[in-house]
Design a protein around this ligand. Structure first.
Ligand SMILES: [Zn+2]
Length: 408
């Protein structure tokens, strides 16, 4: 196969003094090899101090190779003699930076990196690994490099609100806490663990990227004592809104406890778990019919269900009425004699201010349209390599609105 150097040159845009010497398709290896060279007497910038016009000292590597974008379905490799300069200014002998790769030790070109990052948004890393026939650890290294760079360049000076949630990489293990900016719908910080120290880590990160904890006036979170402690300690000017989805979820869990206590004494409750937990619009026709039959019955589960529904409806009330309605609900709950529901009422009483703060701020953790679905997506994409580090990188990639600058 004959490939015109000029055609390849138009694609690569390789700046002087580099030029494409030749390109050849290796039919045996089924790959395209492009040989890049520089004229005798060419000078380069020192890679240590950037001083320009340094003469070539020697050749460090006679066949340095970088994987480039595929040429149709075939891998393409760039080959070059890699020179070193002996800098007149700083006195260091250093390998030169090549303009087609981001860093000295990378085995891939910038465009290959960009291709991997683009694919990583939609495909699991092990699938990409099979497709491009590169070991996944190499690909993760690319992703981590750009995520780290993008995080380092983050400007968080505008942040005044923080909304947070946690997830686990494996069920019950390896918790990761994610802090978001609900105004910009952007990730502020992702960190391991779910204790109060994660808030300290968030504050440190915020303040090392132009933000200030004192400027944060609103935070949104679940009612975990660790989060409350961390937020109060590290963001003293912020008022707390408890996430409404967590409030409703807590009530839902209580409904489930009531059902479990009652199921042995009632045949009607057989196979009804999800019927009570889901919202009506998500039920199957049969579940809906069954619910219509049972929801106004004397069952304790039905009573707990009605309480959950009415708690959920309070969130639709105007902000002048909502807080009062919640007070009424708490009184109802405390008298209802269903232990799990009494507990919910006590919890809402204890955290009343933060729960009704929602009527002022309307802040929720639902800013990601289900933080959970994002986490699930991140986990799927990191399948087989679920280290915290990989999950964190995936969360940034999927939700971080990071600027993945592919320039040196
Ligand atoms: Zn130098």
């Amino acid at each position: 196969m004959i490939i015109k150097v000029q055609d390849i040159d138009n694609v690569f845009h390789i700046p002087e003094p580099w030029y494409i010497e030749s390109c050849a398709f290796d039919e045996k290896k089924e790959q395209l090899d492009c040989y890049i060279s520089f004229p005798k007497g060419a000078t380069f910038s020192c890679s240590n101090c950037n001083e320009e016009h340094q003469k070539v000292h020697d050749i460090a590597d006679y066949n340095r190779t970088w994987r480039h974008l595929n040429f149709f379905e075939y891998p393409c490799y760039i080959h070059a003699e890699l020179p070193r300069t002996d800098c007149q200014k700083c006195g260091k002998i250093r390998r030169v930076h090549v303009p087609w790769a981001i860093k000295l030790r990378s085995n891939f070109t910038l465009l290959f990196d960009a291709w991997i990052i683009t694919m990583a948004k939609d495909m699991p890393m092990n699938a990409i690994s099979r497709l491009v026939k590169e070991h996944d650890t190499q690909l993760w290294r690319i992703l981590h490099y750009y995520v780290d760079q993008a995080i380092a360049a983050q400007d968080l000076s505008h942040v005044t609100m923080i909304s947070t949630d946690e997830t686990s990489a494996k069920k019950g293990h390896n918790y990761v806490t994610i802090f978001m900016d609900p105004q910009e719908k952007n990730v502020i910080h992702v960190t391991k663990g779910k204790d109060s120290s994660t808030w300290e880590a968030c504050k440190e990160h915020l303040e090392s990227h132009g933000g200030s904890a004192d400027k944060v006036t609103e935070v949104c979170m679940d009612m975990s004592p660790a989060f409350i402690k961390g937020a109060t300690e590290h963001f003293p000017n912020a008022s707390i809104t408890f996430d409404k989805f967590h409030v409703i979820q807590t009530a839902n869990e209580a409904v489930d406890l009531v059902r479990r206590n009652e199921r042995k004494s009632s045949i009607d409750l057989k196979n009804t778990r999800y019927m009570w937990l889901k919202n009506e619009k998500n039920l199957t026709k049969r579940q809906k019919e069954n619910l219509d039959r049972l929801k106004d019955s004397d069952l304790e589960t039905a009573k707990a269900y009605r309480m959950r529904i009415s708690l959920q409806e309070i969130y639709n009330y105007p902000s002048e009425i909502g807080p009062m309605a919640l007070t009424d609900w708490i009184q109802w709950g405390r008298r209802c004699r269903l232990k799990p529901m009494v507990d919910v009422a006590k919890m809402l009483h204890k955290h009343y201010d933060g729960v009704v703060q929602w009527f002022n701020t309307k802040l929720t953790n639902g800013l990601l349209e289900g933080t959970n679905s994002l986490f699930q997506a991140a986990k799927r994409k990191a399948r087989g390599y679920r280290s915290d580090k990989n999950i964190v990188a995936m969360i940034y990639l999927l939700a971080g609105k990071l600027n993945f600058s592919l320039k040196q």
